[in-house]
Design a protein around this ligand. Structure first.
Ligand SMILES: Cc1cc2nc3c(=O)[nH]c(=O)nc-3n(C[C@H](O)[C@H](O)[C@H](O)COP(=O)(O)O)c2cc1C
Length: 241
């Protein structure tokens, strides 16, 4: 339809990079794009930690479950929710609310997606690293995050050394509802999507496997989802009210 929409729809995560830096001008454009995102109540409740120290990268890669691309990416950015800065502006600020965590998580994701799209528009590629939340308080310690700052996810960026296929998304009718939530669930549509995904996993260029989307979701949601998260958030001053 147009170049922006084409770029957005061609997205796929890139996990292998050429050994080539991102220029200062490119990084500047990417961070400008990140900061241009909308911001709830214009609170700008986020910080980004650019990790350039290779040893620190290695420690973070380990926190994320040995994800090697955290080390090999040209740039690694950690997106955080940050209400610490507001305390400097308004010492009596009422913080610690669950709503504020949502604001920081939403706005942080918007910033990061702007950054990734900007990078992709420059011919770069990247992947988010939610794996950092395997050990959130270790990440807090490694990055020296003060109270009221919490790491949401990382973003690896670099020059692509792979060309993965785009991953098919759920059929629109299962995702977009008109006026009211559509029920009952359309199992036939899901079955067709499972076939599409099985074919994608079977025939893709690398890491082929026998899997459907339902099977994948069953495996993920059959396990606990980082049950330590509530305690970690509270330790950093979030989810208190
Ligand atoms: C917040 C977030 C965290 C993610 N964390 C990881 C991660 O830790 N490791 C990884 O390899 N991919 C991670 N991903 C990438 C997803 O696996 C990927 O986006 C999804 O499989 C769809 O594939 P695509 O991005 O190639 O379309 C993450 C994605 C998001 C949005």
């Amino acid at each position: 339809m147009n170049l922006v929409i084409d770029l957005i729809c061609q997205h796929r995560s890139i996990r292998q990079y050429r050994d080539e830096p991102i220029t200062a001008q490119q990084l500047d454009a990417i961070l400008n794009a990140a900061q241009a995102a909308s911001s709830s109540s214009f609170l700008q409740a986020n910080s980004v930690i650019r990790v350039t120290d290779p040893l620190l990268r290695a420690e973070l890669a380990e926190c994320a479950g040995q994800q090697a691309y955290v080390v090999s990416a040209a740039e690694f950015l950690v997106f955080c929710v940050d209400f610490h800065r507001h305390q400097a502006v308004v010492p009596e600020a009422k913080t610690g609310y669950t709503e504020q965590l949502l604001i920081g998580a939403i706005d942080g994701a918007l910033m990061a997606q702007n950054a990734l799209l900007a990078a992709e528009s420059l011919g770069l590629g990247g992947v988010y690293i939610g794996g950092l939340r395997n050990q959130p308080l270790r990440v807090v310690e490694l990055l020296g995050l003060p109270s009221e700052v919490f790491p949401l996810f990382g973003l690896c960026l670099g020059h692509p050394a792979q060309e993965p296929e785009c991953k098919p998304r759920l059929p629109r009718a299962l995702v977009v509802h008109e006026n009211h939530y559509s029920e009952p669930f359309d199992h036939a549509l899901l079955a067709a999507y499972d076939q599409t995904m099985a074919e994608y996993y079977r025939s893709r260029g690398s890491n082929q496997k026998q899997q459907t989307w339902s099977g994948q979701i069953r495996a993920i949601l059959g396990k606990e989802a980082r049950p330590f998260m509530q305690d970690a958030l509270r330790a950093q001053g979030f989810l208190l009210k």
